[in-house]
Design a protein around this ligand. Structure first.
Ligand code: ATP
Length: 450
């Protein structure tokens, strides 16, 4: 099962420390969010999984971490400053503005205002600059206006020659980067799906124009496999080829996920042709072409791009992992531990994260917190597990059933409980998040088992 409504996720995220509204004590700031203790672990695990698959495990992709602030000419070359803006229409009734291409059509073909429902009552589309401005320098009147980057890929394009000259890579090869991007989105919303400050995970693969089509198909498959590897149910994912191509694109497909509000874009895979390097060459006056020594060909490389938002991928993981289930009575009864009722009756919410991205891998709990002999052993196991590098949490407060329930809601795959039998035979109870099965294992086998 996956989440049925966005509210389920927003509430759980707030209640359990994944995502909080930004600057909440001041009333918050529209569409900005802060990642709490479990949210940052989840997002970091997703970024690490991406980096591992895209850079570490490949010998044809290298990493980069370019600055958020770039020379303003970058954004003229990219087209963002003049033509590359989203034309907006304004509803004459409620004065909200929308991207025309995102408006739904009624059965009679008329465009509908998503805010007030009025049909076909919009202004003509007007251009709007989505780049966020800021100022460089400290002296008023002498500051120069620059932009916060609107996408991370521009940092990759402008470093193409630097990387080529220093990395010993030959075409085809890629450059990958994770970093923040900023856009003055007109209609931010849907929680962390569309915000004005967000993080992108982008890879630009430079290739001979002749092999671009083949590589585009290969990257589509590679990216789909990545979602599978982090545990996303592929039935909730599909590719959507673009009807209309952006001016720079030769081919473009979105990876869409089935969200509670319908299918929506989480990643874009594009064949950008030679547009980016040609433009930067033209605007900078630097030659960004490539000479292939093995074939004697000289060309401006084509670029295959894979671009996914780290925040959107985190939201996808939350949607996909979310489950609510009823627990049968007899199951509940059989879970009594040393006479302590584990309260496993009723219903539960559980985040069934793949182990690789779960924020906490194992929780360690003494059955009772007022028994020092149990607490001592539990703390010892907790510290030992932590030093193996497993993200581990210690929890002694509340009934054992409530503690299991809390770990279910943050998606911890395993709980280890120390009870009186532990003191006799050095075994602990290992409880599985998904099946709620309990088994006994030796203390020195816990790390291996998990
Ligand atoms: P959309 O059509 O949703 O506005 P886009 O086509 O403009 O997205 P790209 O410029 O292709 O998006 O960016 C690549 C990826 O970056 C997107 O697939 C998405 O995951 C992420 N992304 C883009 N804009 C935002 C945003 N405002 N908030 C969060 N993530 C974003």
């Amino acid at each position: 099962m996956s989440a049925k409504s966005l509210d389920q996720i927003v509430n759980l995220a707030k209640r359990r420390g994944f995502v909080f509204p930004s600057s909440e004590i001041y009333g918050g700031l529209a569409s900005t969010w802060d990642y709490g203790p479990y949210g940052v672990l989840l997002k970091n695990n997703i970024k690490a999984a991406w980096w591992k698959a895209m850079v570490q495990e490949r010998d044809d992709v290298v990493g980069l971490d370019a600055a958020i602030l770039m020379h303003p000419r970058t954004w003229e070359a990219s087209g963002h400053v003049d033509s590359f803006t989203d034309p907006l229409v304004e509803c004459k009734q409620c004065h909200n503005r929308f991207r025309e291409d995102k408006l739904a059509k009624a059965k009679d073909g008329k465009l509908v205002c998503p805010n007030c429902g009025t049909k076909d009552n919009f202004t003509d589309p007007k251009n709007f600059n989505i780049l966020m401005k800021t100022y460089l320098g400290t002296i008023e009147g002498e500051k120069s206006e620059i932009y916060l980057r609107g996408e991370t890929c521009q940092g990759i394009y402008v470093n193409f020659k630097n990387v080529l000259n220093t990395s010993r890579q030959k075409i085809p090869f890629g450059i990958a980067q994770i970093g923040k991007a900023f856009r003055n989105e007109i209609t931010p919303g849907n929680f962390i799906f569309r915000t004005r400050e967000f993080e992108q995970m982008e890879m630009q693969y430079f290739c001979n124009p002749k092999s671009a089509d083949k590589l585009f198909a290969e990257w589509k498959e590679t990216r789909l496999n990545w979602y599978k590897a982090i545990g996303i149910n592929l039935q909730n994912i599909h590719f959507l080829p673009h009807d209309k191509l952006a001016h720079y694109a030769k081919a473009a497909e979105d990876i869409e996920y089935k969200t509670p509000w319908g299918w929506d874009e989480f990643e874009g895979i594009h064949n950008r042709g030679d547009w980016d390097l040609s433009r930067h060459s033209q605007f900078s006056g630097k030659d960004l072409s490539y000479f292939d020594e093995s074939t004697g060909e000289k060309f401006t490389p084509y670029i295959i791009e894979t671009s996914v938002g780290a925040d959107r991928a985190t939201l996808m993981a939350l949607f996909d992992a979310y489950d609510e289930e009823e627990i049968r009575e007899q199951e509940a009864g059989s879970r009594e531990q040393d006479g302590e009722k584990s309260d496993e009756g009723g219903s539960r919410t559980v985040l069934r994260f793949n182990k690789s991205i779960a924020p906490i891998k194992v929780a360690v709990m003494p059955l009772l917190k007022n028994k020092p002999e149990l607490v001592d052993v539990a703390k010892g196991i907790f510290h030992d597990l932590k030093t193996t590098g497993l993200m581990t949490e210690y929890d002694e407060s509340g009934s054992i059933g409530k503690r299991y329930r809390r770990q279910d809601e943050i998606g911890t795959p395993a709980c280890v409980t120390i009870d009186f039998q532990t003191l006799e035979d050095k075994t602990v109870t290992l409880r599985d998040r998904d099946t709620m099965e309990q088994s006994r294992i030796k203390i020195d086998k816990i790390a291996d088992q998990i």
